[in-house]
Design a protein around this ligand. Structure first.
Ligand code: A3P
Length: 368
């Protein structure tokens, strides 16, 4: 297992109790570089491969200026693990009083889920290279009304200490590495091509090799998952001292969307009442947030771009478990499984806990 050594950790500020990231502009250019995962350059930092812009601006701005609130809910995920779905579900849960899911004018019918639930590190990362731009991105988060539903791809170990100290509720979604890899490879090719970057030469075999080495967006995936899983276990045994983490899996959500929706609502502190259940509010949210429904909303159709500049339709594809086998050979699948098993040996966590070997193809109804 890779160590979580902080040799390449944030520049220390002797006058502050928590580490500061003020010196990242000097540190980042010296960090190991990976350019094969287009369109963004990745740098290895604190054991993870993160987009350069997130390291230069996203993390410093977040750690310096983000002020958590007790009722914040943070959705966390490794990319291509079901983040878009989780965002839609959490938004619909949190705002169901103001926006009943049956409403024809529901925000999810007008906006991409990524525009309704923002990644806390992305605004500043995309902001210009000025302190003003970074401050403005954090101020935008500050301006959101409570209760805020926010999201992050950051590893647990790089969350701002203030978030952990505030004991904010964190919902994490984890997915079969093979499906996350294939989904990511297809997404990267699509996103890069739409930015004019040639992706024909980026093969799945190459993506697999990089993934096995952890050289991928926010990778290694196994380490990302493990950190949140361990935090969820600590939260279960000593909630007073650890962040509050609900650990979900994409596969379980496909198997039982209503049951997992109810778990989420309870965890978020706004459980469904008996009247709501009887009034089919749970079913209505599940339906509103289904892949088929969201994919066909005008806001998510081909051509429209979300606030990060990515085409909104790129986030919706098949939405099934086991689709990796449409793209990878069984041998390639075994290579991924073996790499994960080796990396996780002795950790207490295994992807086999929730991924069936028969790879039942669970679907919410999408297609390529
Ligand atoms: P596939 O590429 O396997 O179809 P993320 O949101 O983290 O980027 O993950 C994207 C994956 O989630 C894609 O998987 C996408 O199709 C799937 N997805 C998006 N919206 C979904 C929804 N409402 N229900 C189920 N899966 C969804």
């Amino acid at each position: 297992m890779a160590s979580s050594s902080r040799e390449d950790g944030p520049p220390e500020d002797a006058s502050a109790a928590a580490p500061t990231y003020a010196g990242m502009a000097d540190l980042v250019p010296a960090l190991p570089l990976e350019t094969r995962c287009s369109p963004f350059a990745l740098r290895q930092y604190s054991g993870f491969w993160l987009p350069e812009a997130v390291l230069l601006r996203g993390i410093p701005a977040l750690h310096a200026g983000f002020v958590p609130r007790p009722d914040d809910v943070l959705l966390a995920s490794f990319p291509k693990s079901g983040t878009t779905w989780l965002k839609a579900l959490a938004f619909a849960i949190a705002h169901r009083a103001a926006h009943p899911p049956s409403s024809g004018d529901h925000p999810l019918r007008r906006s991409n889920p990524h525009d309704l639930v923002r990644f806390v590190e992305v605004g500043a990362a995309l902001a210009g290279r000025t302190d003003d731009g970074m401050d403005a991105a954090v101020a935008e988060l500050e301006a959101l009304p409570s209760p805020r539903v926010l999201a992050t791809h950051l590893p647990y170990s790089l969350l701002p200490p203030r978030v952990l100290a505030a004991n904010n509720r964190i919902v994490y979604v984890c997915r079969d590495p093979k499906d996350a890899l294939v989904s990511s490879w297809l997404f990267t090719r699509g996103a890069s091509a739409s930015l004019g970057v040639d992706t024909e030469s980026f093969t799945l075999s190459e993506a697999l090799e990089l993934f096995r080495e952890g050289r991928c967006f926010y990778g290694p995936q196994w380490r990302h998952v493990l950190e949140y899983w361990e935090a969820s276990r600590r939260a279960a045994t000593s909630p007073a001292v650890a962040a509050n983490v609900l650990f979900l899996t994409y596969e379980e959500m496909l198997r039982d969307p209503a049951g997992n929706l109810r778990r989420m609502a309870e965890f978020m502190g706004c459980a469904f009442s008996e009247e709501e259940v009887a009034g089919r509010v749970v079913d209505q949210i599940v339906e509103l947030c289904s892949l088929e429904k969201l994919k066909n909303m005008e806001a998510n159709r081909s051509g429209r771009r979300n606030t990060s500049g990515i085409r909104s339709d790129a986030f919706f594809r098949k939405g099934v478990a086991g689709d990796w086998s449409s793209h990878m050979s069984p041998e390639m699948g075994k290579m991924v499984d073996q790499a994960m098993e080796d990396a996780l040996r002795g950790s207490g966590f295994s992807f086999c806990q929730f991924i069936n070997s028969d790879e039942r193809r669970l679907t919410t109804g999408g297609s390529d």
